[in-house]
Design a protein around this ligand. Structure first.
Ligand code: NAD
Length: 455
């Protein structure tokens, strides 16, 4: 089937109204959950063969989220999908006003490679729960996970409703020529711009979940040991190949030495290795070479060992880094952690503010005034105080970036909003007809209208 046919068939199916039925949507969610569960072992095998991601990590960072998202939609969809009454303004009385959530139509979802199941299937859950049809294009880079998702969906769902199309740049470029009702993209900011431009041709709404350099700020008034522990975990999970991983650390000069020792201690304690199932390979050789170029040997505080054959880069801390270093140019997206010290917090804040708005920011402090100042001063997608990355686990928090790090949100109800249109209706009876708005326009009518429209 060519892409034109796929979209045409999905449009026909959507226009048949079947996906608008809430019972139908819940049935599809239940089915998706049972299909994913049935494929669990195959999903673990595929992702391990792609980049040695363990069952433990795959369950805790991908599948558990997908199951939670499905369960949440199953439980809350009947309420979320209901039309909602709202107040009617005086000029419209007598009338009822309400908002009808409705699906957008045929949605294209493009996934990234670093959490291949989560970043493909989590938006799929939100899209079908909201009553849409879906064309999913997972990342081609982890080829086994892409293939297993294609099998999982294409063998269990009809292509008019949901289909996986595999491929890379070429295929995505062709897909983007189709007229979709929504494009949901997860990936890098440069490719996000390509997607946005393609969507603009058809005025297609987009959600762009992008990346960037997410800072962690460690002030002198915090629990340094716990902060180091939480940051080490967040940075080296998935070998740093996480969009919301702390990209670099800004630490108060006064506590830098002690903090670095804690960082090193926790890296040792956590014993990162493929054998311990708590570390993954760098996804491919291209990224391996890109990353080793970022390690300035003179600045290694800890780590630095690499093995091309195994696509392994040890958890590495760089110290005495400045904003002019190569490692500070772009998102690192690997297990390299630059530590920059500051002597003036205001100066550190400005360094962040004059760079592209980050996807995440992490603030480590026990000083309430400093916490509130940082939360107010710095613009970023989302984040945490005295922790890192855990905001993503709370589906009550809309997840997304701002500026260069993204456009729009999802997770939980935010996902429902991302894939819905909210149709606003004034519903009037015929039994009363105030004639104020109809010609002839008189001074008296204008006086009344001025009064009423203020209310
Ligand atoms: P990428 O932008 O290279 O690729 C993402 C998707 O776009 C893939 O499916 C790919 O096939 C497609 N693609 C790539 N080049 C294209 C082109 N020229 N035209 C059309 N389509 C193209 O991103 P990636 O390497 O898969 O993922 C890493 C990036 O994604 C990082 O920047 C990371 O921060 C970001 N990311 C963001 C989130 C988030 O939720 N905000 C989550 C994960 C990753």
């Amino acid at each position: 089937m060519n892409y034109n046919e796929i979209v045409k068939n999905q449009t026909d199916y959507f226009n048949s109204n079947q996906t608008k039925d809430v019972v139908f949507r819940i049935k599809q969610l239940v089915k998706l959950k049972s299909v994913v569960m049935g494929y669990e072992m195959a999903l673990y095998e595929a992702i391990y063969s792609d980049f040695k991601k363990s069952e433990f990590d795959t369950y805790t960072t991908e599948l558990s989220f997908i199951y939670h998202e499905i369960d949440e939609f199953i439980n809350k969809l009947p309420k979320w999908a209901k039309r909602r009454r709202t107040k009617t303004n005086l000029i419209n009385l007598p009338a009822r006003s309400y908002i009808i959530p409705e699906p957008l139509g045929v949605c294209l979802i493009i996934g990234a490679w670093n959490y291949p199941y989560l970043l493909s299937l989590s938006p799929v859950v939100a899209a079908i729960a909201s009553g849409n049809t879906v064309v999913l294009k997972p990342s081609e880079i982890p080829s086994a996970t892409s293939a297993i998702m294609a099998k999982l969906i294409n063998e269990n769902f009809s292509p008019e409703f949901m289909i996986v199309v595999e491929g890379g740049i070429l295929e995505t470029t062709e897909l983007l020529k189709q007229n979709f009702d929504k494009i949901f993209f997860t990936g890098s900011s440069p490719v996000g711009k390509i997607i946005y431009q393609a969507a603009a041709k058809n005025l297609t709404p987009v959600t762009l979940e992008l990346g960037g350099k997410s800072p962690a700020l460690v002030t002198m008034n915090c629990n340094l040991k716990e902060s180091a522990k939480r940051l080490v975990w967040a940075k080296f999970l998935n070998s740093g190949q996480t969009c919301i991983a702390p990209d670099y650390i800004l630490v108060d000069e006064a506590v830098k030495k002690e903090f670095l020792i804690h960082l090193k201690d926790y890296i040792r304690k956590f014993e990162y290795s493929f054998e311990n199932n708590n570390y993954v390979q760098i996804i491919n050789e291209r990224n391996f070479y890109r990353l080793i170029e970022l390690i300035d040997k003179k600045k290694i505080y800890y780590g630095g060992e690499v093995d091309l054959q195994k696509r392994y880069i040890a958890p590495t801390i760089l110290t005495d880094v400045t904003f002019d270093d190569k490692v500070m140019e772009d998102e690192i997206f690997g297990p390299i952690l630059p530590v920059i010290s500051y002597s003036d917090l205001n100066h550190a804040i400005l360094e962040i503010k004059y760079r592209p708005k980050p996807l995440a920011c992490y603030i480590f402090t026990n000083d309430i005034a400093i916490k509130n100042k940082l939360l107010k001063d710095i613009s970023f997608g989302g984040g945490a105080v005295n922790d890192a990355m855990m905001h993503i686990t709370n589906s009550n928090l809309p997840f997304g970036g701002i500026g260069n790090s993204g456009l729009g949100n999802y997770h939980g109800y935010a996902g429902f909003i991302a894939f819905s249109h909210f149709k606003s209706i004034i519903d009037k009876p015929f039994w009363l007809e105030p004639n104020l708005r109809y010609p002839p326009n008189t001074e008296k009518k204008l006086t009344w209208l001025k009064r009423l429209m203020r209310l």
